[in-house]
Ligand binder design. Structure first.
Ligand SMILES: NC(=O)c1ccc[n+]([C@@H]2O[C@H](COP(=O)([O-])OP(=O)(O)OC[C@H]3O[C@@H](n4cnc5c(N)ncnc54)[C@H](OP(=O)(O)O)[C@@H]3O)[C@@H](O)[C@H]2O)c1
Length: 203
């Protein structure tokens, strides 16, 4: 097995591919995995250049920061991939609202809290779920501004870590505090979902 990258994306569909594009554009190495294995990802990863590594799911799970870009319905199964998620920061990009039976599954919980229950020990950061994948990946002239990415986490350290990474990806992080505070606003279909905000330079 090659040395794990610090960041990994699990899921290679719309959001996983958009995230890979952002990492490639910023020149930050990232691994990407799905259920079908790295062979299924060779073409996709090659299209992003040498910094996007197609890896088996088990290898992606060695990374410190894992972007969970899978259907909400798969979160429970994904959570069983590790017995203990302590030490991992997991960025939850899922939107339960669009999944069948989500109300029955959530039972009134916020979806990021449900994710935290399925991945015991992980620091969950809710982010990158608010925009359509093609909007997320679309390039903006830096002179026009930077696309806003809202972030919520019950771990201030994990929130800060992802905010710094968002900046490194050329985007503008806006931290909303805890999941049951500002985090509510980015749970679909709430107020900040599908808001494509651009932070313009003031000076
Ligand atoms: N599409 C959007 O514009 C958008 C916008 C914001 C948020 N979201 C949210 O982002 C999440 C992903 O959406 P998407 O449109 O990218 O979905 P998608 O195109 O269907 O891709 C889902 C990916 O998840 C992988 N996957 C499924 N179960 C898995 C498991 N147990 N372990 C590892 N990988 C697993 C699939 O692997 P295989 O390829 O091997 O099947 C696939 O690569 C969803 O929760 C969605 O609500 C989507």
């Amino acid at each position: 097995m090659s040395t794990p990258t610090r960041h990994a994306i699990v899921g290679s569909g719309n959001i996983g591919s958009a995230l890979a594009r952002l990492f490639a554009r910023a020149g930050i190495e990232v691994s990407i995995a799905n259920t079908r294995g790295p062979e299924s990802l060779r073409q996709l990863s090659a299209s992003f250049g040498s910094g996007v590594h197609a890896v088996p799911l088990e290898q992606a799970l060695h990374s410190d920061v894992i972007f969970m870009a899978i259907p909400f319905a798969a979160v429970e199964q994904f959570g069983k991939s590790l017995p203990d998620w302590t030490g991992k920061t997991v960025v939850d990009t899922t939107n339960a609202h669009y999944a069948p039976n989500s109300a029955e599954v959530l039972q009134g919980r916020l979806s990021a809290h449900y994710t935290a229950e399925q991945l015991p020990g992980a620091d969950i950061v809710k982010a990158f779920n608010q925009l359509p994948a093609n909007t997320l990946a679309a390039e903006i002239d830096p002179q026009q501004g930077r696309r806003v990415i809202f972030i919520a986490s019950d771990s201030p350290q994990a929130g800060d870590r992802i905010a710094a990474l968002v900046g490194d990806l050329g985007l503008a992080a806006v931290q909303l505090g805890r999941i049951d505070e500002g985090g509510r606003l980015i749970q679909a279909p709430n107020a900040l979902v599908l808001r494509n905000l651009i932070e313009q330079p003031l000076f």
